[in-house]
Design a protein around this ligand. Sequence first.
Ligand code: GLY
Length: 466
Amino acid sequence: MTAIMPTRVLILGGGGREHALAWKLASEPGINEVAVAPGSVAIGTEPRVRVMAGVAPLDGNAVVAAARHVAAELVVIGPEAPLEAGVGDALRAAGFAVFGPNRAAARIETSKSFCHEIAEAAGVRMPRSAAFADLDEAIDFAGVLAAGGDGLVVKADGLAAGKGVSVCDDLEGAVAAIRALARDTAGRGAAAGVFVVIEERLRGPEASVIGLADGRDVVGLPVARDHKRLLDHDEGPNTGGMGAYSPVADVPETGIAGLLDQFHRPIIAELRRRGTPFIGALYAGLILTADGPVLLECNARFGDPEAQVLLPRIATPLGPVLLAAARGTLADSVARMGIQGPVLPTFPGATVGVVIAAAGYPDAPRHGDAISGLDETIAAGHLVFHAGTASDDDGGYVTNGGRIVTVVARGRDLEEAAERADAAASLVRFHGSQRRRDVGRGTGVLQSDRDATDRATAPTPAGARR
Ligand code: GLY
């Protein structure tokens, strides 16, 4: 017996990550239709994909109605906001198979102090830290960490749309960040409670390791790395991510099994022990220190832009894996699919994704600039995932967000994929566009992947038109 393929899937969200998920799932055998709510015009141009633009993804009742309307056999929740709003809970209560945790388990992302609490209980190493509800106590602790001279990190306890982390060189910067978070919290009328987590600052490259979990078991994706800063050489302000690549030379794919054992499995076991099983994509944001990998943060979903470079590397259907995770039958189903080991099989080679952002991003992105070159990029064999576009009156696209599109290129190795992605990204033009030119560069090449390239059988890229 083989694993069960879903034939109708509903995806919640409408950005680049959800475009990549829709592209991947809609290409798989047995799929009749992928619905995306609210999706985007560009996502709706993928074959076998329809968008449900009127569905509010944070409204549990509306999402349940949409899932019923399309007779979804599987619902995949893309972003964190519906997880925090309890949309997973509403869907499960209505009897749907859901890939995405309930609100209680999603706290691993939506509360940084909860993540530290779970990691400590699970024996998972995170930076030394403390959480505070009191401004003066927070500043006192920052002073203790700052005295060490290595800087410190100030994090909003809750979701902050990618703006909640300040890496500070000294106490002055940390105090300003703590005061700003205290003001924000008060401004939102939030109830008294923990508003800030202060951590020691660790040094090293970072890596994103995502495990697909069914509440008990986990199967890994390849490792990816994102580029969070706006400008080349990791300068400029933090963003939602300016590009990503996979594989990552300093985390060999043979090492993923050990990382899943070290980070994902203990966290999944602890959440299960507490009666809040984690079902969904458990994203471990790691820092690779001289003393080994340390967990910086967990997300309760696929990373973005990481998903956009990871999904094109997966050489097996994803729908049956996500459905099995949603049903709690992951180990059995993965074995039936003939998948050996704890990581999904990949095509040889590498992928690099370059994000092209709007003028003014990240502070004040400008909308309405006409975009050209998308057709040429796709015709050249690359993938284009849309994050912030709208259609214009002539059937083309205009900017309508901060990050606009991601251009994803494949190569026999990272070097080739990076060169192709850079060249492909230069085809996409709009007034004031911003992008990095160093995504995936200077990071080494996996020799084993270079050797394996003759066997490459990557799928034909689809991608949205224009
Ligand atoms: N790329 C980091 C994130 O998805 O949060």
